[in-house]
Design a protein around this ligand. Structure first.
Ligand SMILES: [Zn+2]
Length: 426
């Protein structure tokens, strides 16, 4: 091997995708960007319907005619709000999260199975959500000037509790998690766990293909409940050991670098800003939606207005939250390179995720819509790491590497994929 060029190696990996698969990935991903906007419009329309129906102002009037500072009106109106908004947005959810996924071959469930899971999670969400909503209204009414600060703290506490409890109480409702069985995969993962300081008893395989064939793994939980879980989809797509090591190394990066905790901290700060903006924008939305001008932000009767503002603010925050998660994901990739040292395994695994994340977005598209760095950029980072860490026997190859540029990649002749025949899908 005379000269290893990371840009050419990256392009060679991208070229392993067929034109048809690439077109489908782009259609799916771009359509997904639009879903964010349509989803926001759906929430505006439902808010309008809810305001016009007068259910919520009437309900609050009945429970708490004076709009005192009680917990009860927030709780009851909150519960009704959660149920009504679930019903009103269900057709949209069914389209966006089931039908559309199914039509791209990314969902393995019948609509009944999907609806069953959705209803169960929504019921849990409605009860927990109503309590959180009631607490939020308590804060708004009793800390009128700085409720947004307290509201941010509330979000932080809820996020932490959710992270600790989800692997114990929520995830087992959807999937079966089993410790990785003895064998080569488990040995490799345990070896990597020892190397990275991850507990080796927290490696699970779950039946992710029950929902979809997405090639994926995740780390969830916090403190005692933290764990690494691999979807069985990873084993149905002929993952080789280098891929598994690369992906598990990435997940262990999330674990060891406390990305969950950092994420909760950032979410808290973002929530403070979001609630402050919500406080300022509330009168505008109240007017736009035609709600009673006499009901302030602390009136649970105007709950649909509050949530419409929150939907707007979270739409605005999308590029910011995506940019933060992209940093964290790049850090986990780097951790994997350092500890698992599988740049080609990483590239092969990433190509398998490209079916649901088009690999080469425009820079703006990546900034706005990508919660992971693009597959192209991640493969290039892996190939650059490979170039910089070529074995010592071939120092010439390591030093003659030229930095990759996006433009140069396109003109490069397609080199055979480094590291052997990649196991592309199908
Ligand atoms: Zn990740």
């Amino acid at each position: 091997m005379e000269h290893f060029d990371p840009a050419a190696a990256t392009q060679a990996y991208l070229n392993t995708m067929s034109a048809a698969d690439m077109a489908k990935a782009i259609a799916y991903t771009r359509g997904g960007h639009w879903l964010i906007l349509w989803g926001f419009l759906v929430s505006l329309v439902t808010a309008f319907i809810m305001v016009k129906s007068g259910i919520f102002s009437g309900l609050r009037q009945k429970i708490d005619p004076e709009n005192r500072r009680g917990f009860l009106s927030g709780l009851v109106v909150g519960l009704v709000y959660m149920v009504v908004s679930w019903v009103l947005t269900l057709p949209w959810a069914l389209y966006a999260n089931w039908y559309r996924e199914k039509s791209y071959g990314l969902n393995n469930q019948t609509w009944m199975a999907w609806l069953g899971e959705n209803a169960m999670l929504s019921a849990i969400g409605a009860v927990v959500g109503a309590v959180v909503i009631a607490l939020l209204y308590l804060l708004i009414r009793n800390q009128r000037r700085i409720w947004w600060l307290w509201g941010g703290a509330l979000v932080g506490v809820v996020a932490l509790a959710g992270m600790v409890l989800a692997p114990v109480y929520i995830e087992p409702l959807l999937n079966t998690y089993q410790p990785a069985p003895p064998g080569a995969v488990r040995d490799a993962v345990v070896e990597l766990a020892h190397r990275t300081g991850t507990p080796d008893d927290k490696i699970y395989i779950y039946n992710g293909t029950k929902q979809s064939d997405r090639y994926t793994a995740n780390v969830s939980g916090l403190f005692g409940s933290a764990r690494v879980a691999l979807s069985d989809a990873m084993f149905k797509k002929n993952a080789d050991m280098s891929e598994i090591r690369a992906v598990v190394g990435h997940e262990m990066g999330h674990y060891v670098h406390n990305h969950g905790l950092i994420g909760a901290g950032i979410l808290t700060l973002l929530a403070v800003v979001a609630f402050w903006l919500t406080d300022r924008l509330f009168p505008l939305f109240r007017g736009l939606l035609g709600a009673n001008p006499a009901s302030g932000i602390g009136d649970p009767g105007a709950m649909p207005v509050l949530f419409a503002v929150l939907a707007f603010v979270s739409l605005l925050a999308t590029p910011a939250t995506n940019t933060l998660t992209r940093q964290v994901e790049a850090d986990a990739d780097h951790f994997s390179m350092v500890h698992a040292n599988e740049p080609d395994g990483m590239a092969k695994a990433l190509i398998k995720t490209a079916e649901y994340r088009a690999p080469s977005p425009t820079p703006l598209e990546e900034i706005f819509f990508y919660d992971h760095p693009s597959v192209e950029n991640r493969i290039r980072a892996a190939m650059e790491w490979k170039a910089a860490h070529m074995p010592a026997e071939t120092p010439a190859a390591a030093t003659s590497v030229s930095p990759a540029t996006g433009a140069a990649t396109r003109d490069h002749p397609a080199a055979p994929p480094p590291g052997g025949q990649p196991t592309g899908k199908e």
